[in-house]
Design a binder for this molecule. Sequence first.
Ligand code: APR
Ligand code: PHB
Length: 396
Amino acid sequence: MASEERTQVGIVGAGPAGLVLGRLLELAGIDTVILEARSRDYVEHRIRAGVLEHDTAELLAEAGVGERMRAEGLVHDGIELRFGGAGHRIDFPKLTGGRHVVLYGQTELVKDLIAARLDTGAPLRFEATDVALHDIEGEPWIAYVHEGAERILRCDAIAGCDGFHGVSRPAVPGLKVWEREYPFGWLGILADVPPSTDELIYAHSERGFALHSMRSLQLSRLYVQCDPTDDIANWSDARIWEELHQRLALDGWSLQEGPILDKGITPMRSFVAEPMRHGRLLLAGDAAHIVPPTGAKGLNLAVADVRLLAEALIARFTGGGEALLDAYSDSALQRVWRAEHFSWWMTSMLHRFPERDAFGERLQLSQLDYTCRSEAASTSLAENYVGLATDWWSRA
Ligand code: APR
Ligand code: PHB
């Protein structure tokens, strides 16, 4: 017989979405159990984008998990768009009434969230396998295997925070899906060298897109656009640096090289599944949507989803009824589609398309020039990049 347990919200997945949701619910006194397929070590060392929107950083601080982020994260007041032999700065605070982003590795954020949860003793089970969702339209329960034993978790609601390849989204019947794949991917490296720039550089060049980002004042993170089916074995360290030098080239500026600690190729896609709720199953984060990384929106969307979801669940468990839960999918999707558009737009404007459409290339250059020189257009980029403020969404 499988051992049985009961909780208010069963959370599947301990990525940013599941961990932040667990934290917000815990602060409101709501019981949760988080089930994670992978090991703690794996989850804490998975490298992903590390740009926190203004409100994401604020939420983490308010939730009491922002101490290290505030001390070690880097506040960035702008980015550079580099093309046609010149760099153009987009000044965030000036264009958005004082807002900025914080560079803080997703690995570090995940470590902070896990430490905070383990500190309070709230259940977080790593290496929970064979997770299966049952009776999501009625009285939901989750079957899983942990430490060699079959277990059952009965809950009032299930939060599907198990990423793009999880079991939650496939459990929803009749989902509507929108998807776009791009004919390129990103080859990303982590390099043991101080960044050659104070702010992120997004470069559009004849040879394709490149991005100079960072993890700290000692660690650089850089990307080059590549064929998504390419084998990383084809990319020696020397070849990667050579491409970066060429794509980021600017008179009077030089790129510092250092030992490459990690490298890998990621394909790019846009994906949205609707609705984000079925019965008592609620989807959040990458389980429901994917954006290409060009706008750095993935983590921020996951946090924005669970902020709404936490509010809705807290209302439901404290006598506030189901209205917010009923509204969850529509409210979350409003922000999702804004981020989908922004990420697609940044991606389309900055990359080189393999079919080499000369007309399309002229349009890209015109759009880049306009984005940098028109205050209205720069403001549009800036407000989307730092994230539209919470009160902007409630004005809809
Ligand atoms: N059972 C339990 N856990 C699962 C299962 C399963 N069947 N399938 C997947 N998981 C776990 C994964 O191992 C992962 O740790 O769910 C977690 C999902 O986490 P993420 O993929 O990080 O997704 P999310 O929390 O929505 O965060 C979105 O991740 O993709 C990045 O850049 C993106 O920053 C964004 C963020
Ligand atoms: C990163 O630092 O990994 C990063 C930054 C900005 C992006 C994507 C990734 O748009």
